[in-house]
Design a protein around this ligand. Structure first.
Ligand code: PMP
Length: 414
């Protein structure tokens, strides 16, 4: 069947859609109906190169044969049971993740925010029960992003996500990212009378905060401080994990091991799943402490396991590294062509950012709008940063096409 015959017209105009769906998103006027590889089609049959990938989520692109096989087979076998019983895909996925990370145990849920909630609860229970801290505090970074639930908007170091949602959850403190001295003085201050700092929670590369990679020396010091003081290090791997950084986990780029880390987005390749993993020394959860009805359901776990196996079988980390290099060198060439418009190019693997200079008169969203007309989907990370997060299967030709579209958009806006 050709793509054209599969495409069905959407029954909804965007105005009608907004009559039924809450307007919590500023959407581009595009209804996407089908995907294959790194391409998606809208309801008019128009093709786009997808460098958004569900925001760093569709690891294997769209309609990958391994995903289709896992979805079909598991749907025919067992979709959901209660966590009152054991299920094989949950055990298999936990085993794979434990064998391919620094962690010893996994807890499954359904999203990144939920995984971070689980990490926050685990760190608090550890502080109460192991360290006798009565009012545990978790330090997070300015410009971080950890989710949209109440605890995770509080953990998020961006006030715009917290506005009008107070009272927020107590027990969080913010420090500038990549700043050793600020972190040391915050810990000294908070622990002045009695130990309070339970955990430090960081992204190895800040995604929503503008594609800002962590500094290796900074993270080395963070790990050392945590070891000295018994503080837990939580790494939020929701956006950067599952191979996107060119390593399986973002923390590997920083040569550290967290005590706890969270994964979601790319883990399910587009099927909702979240995971919170920890080393055995901080595995203080016991039966009844935490739960999720859908968490670890056989369907999501079987699909996530297929994503993991495909990463290995197709040697996708090598593709991420090679295509990431190609993407960054293409963006650097654009920065050389438009030095007055572009102030920085940065990223790891296939999570890369192009920052517009402060005197550019337009925003990253303006580029995104023109790129849509050029047939390429991109996503901003803040007002002045254009983010590139294609599926990890992206080809050399597709990288070139995306760069050419940004080139044309910059030429138009210049
Ligand atoms: N942590 C990070 C680093 C993220 O980028 C996101 C989503 N952008 C989340 C957590 C929240 O994930 P979810 O939307 O699945 O709750």
């Amino acid at each position: 069947m050709s793509p054209e015959t599969l495409v069905k017209s959407s029954p909804f105009s965007s105005a009608e859609f907004d009559e039924y769906v809450m307007s919590t998103y500023a959407r581009f006027p595009l209804t996407l109906v089908r995907g294959s590889g790194c391409r998606v089609w809208d309801d008019q049959g128009r093709e786009y190169l997808d460098f958004v990938a569900g925001i760093a989520t569709c690891t294997l692109g769209h309609a990958h044969s391994a995903m289709i096989a896992a979805v079909t087979e598991q749907a025919q076998t067992l979709v959901h049971i209660s966590n009152l019983y054991y299920n094989t895909p949950q055990g298999d996925l936990a085993k794979w993740l434990v064998e391919h990370s620094c962690a010893d145990r996994a807890f499954f849920c359904n999203s990144g925010a939920e995984a971070n909630e689980a990490a926050i609860k685990l760190a608090r229970k550890y502080a109460h029960t192991v360290r006798n801290i009565t009012h545990p505090i978790i330090i997070t970074a300015n410009a971080s992003f950890h989710g949209r639930t109440l605890a995770t908007i509080t953990a998020t170091g961006q006030p715009k996500y917290q506005q009008n949602f107070d009272p927020l959850v107590p027990g969080f403190h913010y420090v500038p990212y990549n700043d050793v001295e600020a972190l040391k003085s915050a810990i000294a201050d908070l622990d002045r009378n009695e130990p309070q700092v339970a955990a430090i929670m960081l992204e190895g590369l800040q995604g929503e905060g503008g594609v800002r990679p962590g500094d290796r020396a900074y993270f080395q010091t963070v790990r050392q401080l945590c070891d000295e003081k018994g503080i837990l290090l939580i790494m939020d791997e929701v956006q950067v994990g599952m191979g996107r950084s060119g390593k399986l986990w973002g923390y590997e780029n920083l040569d550290i091991e967290p005590d706890i880390f969270t994964s979601a987005k790319g883990l399910g390749g587009g099927v909702p799943i979240g995971a919170m993993l920890c080393k055995s020394h901080c595995n203080v959860f016991s039966a009844g402490d935490h739960a999720s009805t859908f968490g670890g359901n056989p369907f999501a776990c079987a699909v996530a396991l297929a994503v993991c196996h495909t990463l290995e079988r197709e040697n996708l980390l090598a593709n991420v590294q090679a295509r990431g290099e190609q993407l960054r060198s293409g963006l650097i060439q654009l920065a050389q062509k438009f030095p007055h418009l572009i102030s920085d190019v940065r990223g790891w693997g296939l999570i890369d950012g192009l920052e517009l200079s402060s005197d550019s008169t337009f925003t990253a969203a303006d580029i995104v709008k023109i790129a849509i007309e050029e047939g390429v989907l991109l996503v901003p990370a803040g007002p002045k940063v254009l983010r590139f997060v294609p599926p990890l299967i992206v080809t050399s030709e597709e990288i070139d096409r995306a760069i050419a579209a940004v080139d044309r958009a910059l030429t138009t806006l210049n």
